[in-house]
Design a binder for this molecule. Sequence first.
Ligand code: PLP
Length: 244
Amino acid sequence: MSIEIVQRNLLNILEAISDAVTSSSATQRCRLVAVSKTKPAELIESCYTQGQRHFGENYVQELEEKSAVLAQKCQEIRWHFIGQVQSNKIGKICNSPGIWCVETVETEKHARLFDKEWSKYGATSSPLRVFVQVNTSEEENKGGIRISEAPKLAEFIRKECMNLKFDGFMTIGSFDNSHSSGVNPDFEKLFNVRQQWAEQIGEAAESVELSMGMSDDFLQAIHQGSTSVRVGSKLFGAREYKNK
Ligand SMILES: *Cc1c(COP(=O)(O)O)cnc(C)c1O
């Protein structure tokens, strides 16, 4: 896809997000995380020059490569890691320049490891933001912690991981629920997890982020309270996977 088309897509998506936030009673703000997996650094840069700062990758190797290539040119870039976490890759994620947030923490073990690694790599900067990924659709092949366990993990990060900042909850949800019209039950479940958590710690729910919504359902997600949508193919075009 050409740079011109991607830049036009970006403006259209930002406008659609802004309209949805205005008409949604469930959220006051929503950021766009531009999901650039499989896409070249030039397209990322073309969005950066238009003012886009948050980008998401879900393969560690791609995160490492692109964050290194863009480190000088795009100094304000804020990378979100949105892929499945493997223990032996946590150091590499933390060492990627511009890493800002990990959205896919689903175990205490991984939280502990991020906390430890960030103290080495990121000690001079602010805490690493993390989201607790919740398996709202309860599908076996989906990542994320069980709904009932999510508040406990959030509490663990808040209390025990001094180099991390618990930022909110993230979910993917089921394919079917994101491709049918009306209220998405997975988004509703995540909204309720946040509600319960906020009551538990005595904070305003709005201070806790909700990362939900992708290309096909980000407007619905905003209507249901999303504060951070992760949009890939609608911005950069369909992904092509080479045979490995
Ligand atoms: C790929 C991916 C996205 C973006 O998906 P699109 O449907 O292309 O917008 C969002 N979130 C996660 C976790 C992803 O892996």
